[in-house]
Design a protein around this ligand. Structure first.
Ligand SMILES: [Ca+2]
Ligand SMILES: [Ca+2]
Length: 128
């Protein structure tokens, strides 16, 4: 019996910075996004982006995967804010989808927080 499979494209669209993790001034953000554990667009701690509260950071990372019924799709990652004296803020997330969720097709916004850091990542899942 043939296994039905679905090709999906996951696109990370933007990062909304509600609070940049600093009491005052700009924060130094870096992040990792993964699709099924594969790095999909990220920014390293050695190349932080300085951002103010309220900024919307456009993202352009995409990945295509093919899924068989019975498998699951994992979208995960973390957004961090570098601090020189304290431990860095670290806000992880993980979402899992299956064929029973229609593979999560649509647009999802995930708000994550750690300390004063408060950010929302938006990604889209579509069938291709
Ligand atoms: Ca901080
Ligand atoms: Ca900082």
């Amino acid at each position: 019996m043939p296994t039905e499979s679905t090709k999906l494209r996951i696109s990370f669209l933007n990062l909304k910075v509600t609070n940049n993790g600093e009491w005052t001034g700009k924060g130094e953000l870096y992040w990792d996004f993964l699709v099924d554990g594969e790095p999909t667009g990220g920014r390293s701690i050695s190349n932080v982006l300085k951002v103010a509260d309220g900024e919307l950071i456009p993202l352009s990372a995409t990945r295509e995967v093919r899924k068989s019924n019975g498998e699951s799709l994992s979208i995960s990652g973390s957004i961090s804010e570098r601090d020189n004296l304290d431990k860095d803020d670290f806000a992880p997330f993980e979402d899992n989808y299956t064929v029973n969720d229609s593979w999560g097709r649509g647009t999802h916004s995930r708000t994550v927080r750690d300390g004063r850091l408060d950010v929302t990542v938006t990604y889209k899942i579509e069938r291709v």
